[in-house]
Design a protein around this ligand. Structure first.
Ligand SMILES: *Cc1c(COP(=O)(O)O)cnc(C)c1O
Length: 403
């Protein structure tokens, strides 16, 4: 038998292999709150284009005030899971408010959306059932599906004919219940799932439809309810999972929302809910304040929409290729992995923080810089960002010298 020492050597080897492949992820420490501008330990200030802070709520004064208030009135934490001693009036209020916001009957909170997805499938589906997912679904959905015994099918990304093929196969193999599950928005491309068509197809088969709204809740659709509102199928989705850790405040926490029976059974059987601590009161209180803000006015999502449209147009006018669309996730295509890294490094020198993605995170030949626009950005900052991209792009020969 190998010794413990060999195990640690083995891990060092694995780490070296990750470095050698150029896949090692480093973490950059910032010293203050999340926002349009962030500060590094060196004291440098960077214009931030890579946070999920779509509505700029991560350090919004009303959100912070609500967190302070809940901290004072409801304490720091509950030291308990929900069903023992971890449910406060605030938790019930937030669950009801989320249901209202999303157009569902009931909602259950989790420590993270990763847990919401991780604990979703196993309690609801058994081996007689089928679950069909888009091949590019988020890791947490993939893991959640792995934990359940239902037969699995995967359709080609955003391919309606292939989705239909999966539904036919599930039907022909005699599946009892079938659940189709997709990201509402795919985070690498900003692709918005065609829920109107997916709903129509799933209805023909009598299948259930679930969506993960982590990159949609709070800003997509006319009043920011999400992909279902954007695609005209509000109130017609069976299961919605989402996060409090992106547009809806940016701290942490997740949820699953849907029919009363679904949520009730999850409270009884979902393992990340039963065996993990309740969401901290200050996050819950702040999340209620976030919903107050968003239901009171569409100003933030409107500003995000204007900012996004401006940036998408301006970056193309500067000569860059982007993935077309309307989402604040803007993939600026560089194609070559090395060039993507070089562009990101040059942008950093110019005071702009935007990260490169390349294989295996995206397919080979599709390396890119992924920019995420926020309502927290001012027009002057977006102009500064485009100017930095143009300068870096010219220096790297990515775009022509004079546009
Ligand atoms: C970020 C993300 C998650 C995880 O959310 P957390 O609340 O941070 O755990 C799940 N699904 C999708 C699609 C995401 O983008």
């Amino acid at each position: 038998m190998k010794q413990a020492k060999d195990f640690y050597d083995h891990l060092s080897g694995e780490l070296q292999a990750i470095r050698d492949a150029g896949l090692y992820k480093t973490e950059r420490s910032i010293t203050g709150p999340q926002g349009a501008l962030v500060h590094l330990e060196s004291g440098r200030e960077l214009l931030n284009l890579c946070a999920n802070n779509y509505l700029g709520l991560s350090s919004h004064p009303q959100v912070i005030a609500a967190a302070h208030e809940a901290l004072s009135s409801h304490g720091y934490g509950l030291s308990s899971v929900r069903f023992i001693c971890g449910t406060q009036d605030l938790h019930k209020t937030l669950e009801a408010r989320l249901s209202g916001f999303l157009g569902t009957e009931d909602t259950i909170l989790y420590a993270a959306a990763f847990d919401a997805n991780g604990g979703l499938f196993e309690p609801l589906l058994g081996e007689e059932d089928a679950v069909i997912s888009d091949e590019l679904n988020h890791a947490s959905i993939i893991d959640g599906i792995r934990l359940c015994k239902a037969k699995r099918y995967r359709y080609k990304h955003d391919d309606m004919a292939d989705l239909q093929r999966c539904l036919e196969e599930a039907r022909d193999t005699g599946a009892r219940f079938t659940l189709v599950f997709t990201d509402g928005v795919f985070s690498m491309d900003g692709t918005i799932a065609r829920l109107d068509q997916i709903r129509e197809i799933t209805d023909r088969f009598g299948a259930l439809l679930g969506i993960d709204e982590c990159h949609a809740s709070g800003f997509l659709g006319r009043t920011g309810r999400g992909t279902h509102e954007y695609r005209g199928v509000f109130g017609k989705i069976d299961i919605i999972t989402g996060t409090l850790g992106k547009a809806l405040g940016g701290a942490s926490g997740g949820f699953t929302s849907g029919r009363r029976e679904v949520i009730e059974l999850l409270r009884q059987r979902s393992r990340p809910y039963l065996f993990s601590n309740t969401v901290a009161p200050m996050i819950v209180g702040a999340s209620i304040a976030v919903l107050d803000l968003l239901e009171g006015s569409t100003a933030l999502r409107d500003k995000l929409e204007v900012n996004t449209a401006w940036f998408r147009q301006a970056i193309q006018a500067a000569g860059f290729e982007i993935k077309p669309g309307t989402h604040p996730i803007v993939p600026i295509m560089v194609h070559d992995a090395r060039l993507a890294q070089a562009l990101s490094a040059k942008l950093l020198e110019l005071g702009v923080y935007a990260v490169g993605f390349f294989f295996p995170v995206v397919p080979k030949g599709q390396a890119r810089i992924r920019v995420q626009i926020s309502a927290g950005h001012e027009l002057a900052q977006l102009e500064q960002a485009v100017a930095a991209f143009a300068q870096a792009g010219r220096e790297l020969g990515l775009i022509k010298a004079t546009p």
